[in-house]
Ligand binder design. Sequence first.
Ligand code: NAP
Length: 257
Amino acid sequence: MRLKGKVALITGAGSGIGRATATLFAREGAHVLVNDVDAIGGEETVASIIKQGGEAAYLQADVTDPDAVASMAAEAIRRAGRVDVLFNNAGISGVGMLHEIEPDAWDRVMRVNVRGIYLPSKHLLPHMMARRSGVIINMSSCVAEIGLARRASYAASKGAVLALTKAMQVDYAPYDIRVNAILPGTILTPFVDRYLKTSYEDPDAAIASLKARQLSGELGRPEDVAQAALFLASDEARFMMGSPLYVDGGVVFGKNA
Ligand code: NAP
């Protein structure tokens, strides 16, 4: 019960890492507010948490839409009274070398992955500041640290998230708000499944090469990242500030050959 009595809002929690984190946070005693643009996925996460005896509610919003995010934040405060933990997890992938990417596709990746962190934070930070307490976790990626082929827009967005995390931490430390980032390696979620199917002629060969890239020899599980988010959300991480937390099977700091 490491989050007993805490209220946590997780964006993009209708699938993958967000869903696994919502499930773990609820098991650890949090009241979880499940955001996702996809109502079916979001409601499924909530139903599964409630079935396991946890507390959760679904809040629909596209995290890139200022009005929708303002309403979501207001609804979160109305329902739960406060948000102790905001996990800015929602994100999309972007594939291609820079010259291949059309402007609309570039903007979409930046909008979801960066603006999608700016907006929920903008609307919930004033409440955290007033209470002089709060935790924000921003979803970056190991591509913020290493060059990976054909990920120009995605790498730019996740690098921006890491820089934003450090800047936010400096501004909000005086309010006792901690802001950290998670940098996963390749985690087997619907996001990676989609990306493998749409980007490679032979998804099985692609998955083998992704596994080989990580020292673990295996892809990560959503639960691996959820455990890292739990640590950052809990009081045990009270001295973690503006830090990148790697959950990457050794991809950033190791080399296989
Ligand atoms: P996922 O399974 O696709 O889950 C992401 C969820 O976010 C989906 O339910 C998606 O809904 C939702 N979403 C997308 N755009 C949204 C928006 N504008 N507003 C609200 N919700 C939105 O992906 P995941 O693998 O769990 O990834 C979660 C985060 O981890 C992302 O930020 C991703 O970049 C990051 N990450 C993932 C990996 C990995 O290997 N999986 C590695 C590093 C970092 P729809 O399905 O309807 O779009």
